[in-house]
Ligand binder design. Structure first.
Ligand SMILES: O=C(O)c1ccc[n+]([C@@H]2O[C@H](COP(=O)([O-])O)[C@@H](O)[C@H]2O)c1
Ligand SMILES: Cc1cc2nc[nH]c2cc1C
Length: 382
């Protein structure tokens, strides 16, 4: 994708449909309950109306895009897990054996597994190039690994830029392509996850670069590291932020940040968050890496935030800061810190609940309850 085309698409992003949201809020208020008593379930239903322009929505056909890629910075010893875990888990996604795989299978959610830059050859029989397949009358994502490999891993960001600007644009373009095709296949919601050993280092660097947050606030222990490696991880992030003078300035070039200190996974995830807004689909944020990509998307297009729903509060250092910077509330406090998109299938169930209330709950009139008292109750502060 050319950079010009990327920004053409980004410039089509619109604000939500406020008339549809007003109608949705009115319906929530007409349901047989004290006003606002279904809390965030009401807000979510109203948000879905703002995204689709419809009063009634469902999120029954759901998918999680998992961007898989390797990071050259692992040469510096910033991760305890070997790089080979990236390939192994990417293959395991297709077998539904991973954390996100088992949850997705149990809750009937599809996985769109994409290889952006795994540092190994994926077995040919597991690769496909098409993003969708038709079985009978159903169009779905294939249960294979979609081949969009740009390179076998990024460069070591401690020594040189992780990728070229054009590679970052290509990766963002892949993310947009995946969102477009999910919309085409009739998915009504998607989540964004990843797999990439070393990506808590790149995410911390991108988050500090975009927000000016201190390295102590953004660098965490990822999949688990020794105290010595943790010190080195912080030093590396500190050093690259100084080198490129990334201090959270307002006019930062986000594509440049992703290219110099990000990863193919982060860039593609940023593209998918933007794509959710371009193609008007609700999109669920998973863990730390996902939240940082969401932040990058919002820095590119502020309206992108309105299409996002945060699933859970990851235990990874930096996550809460990222979400605070985004200004979004999270639904679940489960002490997860796995990544992969594992918070998304859980969040989809809650969002289904929000749709069920909006679509099926009785109004005061249907429940044969006189709502004259509502005028009084609305004046109370509780
Ligand atoms: O999403 C999170 O909150 C999260 C927190 C810690 C680790 N991870 C996962 O662990 C991997 C990165 O960890 P690391 O230590 O290699 O940077 C990557 O595959 C992520 O999916 C994910
Ligand atoms: C086993 C394993 C699974 C993962 N899933 C996401 N990141 C991971 C890191 C490791 C090490």
């Amino acid at each position: 994708m050319k950079e010009e085309r990327l920004f053409e698409l980004v410039n089509t992003i619109e604000d939500l449909d406020y008339a549809a949201m007003d109608a949705a809020r009115k319906r929530e208020d007409s349901l047989a309950k004290p006003p606002g008593s279904l809390g965030r379930l009401e807000d979510i239903a109203v948000q879905l109306s703002g995204i689709s322009g419809e009063l009634h929505n469902n999120v029954d056909k759901s998918c999680i895009v998992i961007m898989c890629s390797d990071n050259g910075v692992v040469e510096e010893g910033v991760s305890s897990a070997p790089q080979s875990v990236t390939l192994a888990q990417t293959i395991n996604f297709t077998r539904r054996l991973t954390g996100v795989g088992t949850l997705a299978k149990y809750f009937n959610t599809d996985l769109m597994v994409v290889d952006l830059g795994i540092n190994a050859d994926v077995p040919k029989e597991l690769l496909v190039t098409d993003t969708l397949e038709t079985i009978g009358s159903e169009v779905r994502v294939p249960n294979k690994i979609i081949d969009r490999k740009l390179k076998k891993g990024t460069c070591n960001l401690a020594k040189e830029p992780a990728m070229t600007r054009q590679e970052a644009v290509e990766a963002i373009g892949v993310g947009l392509e995946m969102a477009r095709d999910l919309k085409k296949a009739g998915y009504s919601i998607f989540g964004i996850g990843e797999m990439g050993i070393g990506n808590t280092t790149t995410s911390a660097a991108v988050l500090s670069a975009l927000t000016g947050l201190l390295v102590v606030e953004t660098v965490g222990k990822g999949g688990g590291i020794t105290e010595q490696s943790f010190v080195r991880k912080r030093e590396i992030v500190e050093e690259v932020l100084k080198r490129y003078e990334f201090t959270g300035q307002e006019d930062l070039d986000v594509v440049d940040v992703l290219a110099k200190v990000g990863g193919f996974d982060l860039a593609a995830m940023t593209g998918s968050f933007l794509g959710a807004a371009v193609y008007k689909l609700p999109v669920v944020i998973d863990g730390f890496i996902s939240a940082v990509a969401a932040m990058a998307a919002v820095k590119i297009s502020p309206f992108a935030k309105k299409y996002m729903i945060a699933s859970h509060v990851s235990k990874e250092q930096g996550y809460s800061h990222a979400l605070k910077a985004l200004g979004l509330p999270a639904m679940l406090h489960l002490d997860l810190r796995l990544g992969e998109g594992s918070g998304c299938p859980l969040a989809f169930q809650i969002i289904r609940g929000a749709c069920a209330v909006m679509n099926h709950m009785a109004t005061f009139a249907e429940a044969e309850i006189n709502d004259d008292y509502l005028e009084e109750i609305r004046k109370l502060d509780f």
